[in-house]
Design a binder for this molecule. Structure first.
Ligand code: SF4
Length: 64
């Protein structure tokens, strides 16, 4: 089993729209400060991560 590729959020680019944690709540969360954070990369489907990366308005989600 692969742990998958790791990803992170550049908080300077995050607009706090909430799309990432609404779509993938097991991997992203609201920081409570109008930004989002990565809570876990484990088991994330890379295809779905790529989709969230594309729809993120700030292009804030990046591969490590
Ligand atoms: S989708 Fe992008 S801009 Fe929206 S909360 Fe997540 S990281 Fe921030």
């Amino acid at each position: 089993m692969s742990a998958g590729r790791a990803f992170y959020i550049d908080e300077d680019l995050c607009t706090g729209c909430g799309d990432c944690y609404k779509v993938m709540p097991n991997h992203f969360a609201d920081t409570g400060e109008e930004t989002a954070e990565v809570t876990s990369c484990n088991g994330a489907d890379p295809v779905r991560v790529e989709e969230v990366m594309k729809t993120c308005p700030g292009k804030a989600i990046k591969w490590k």
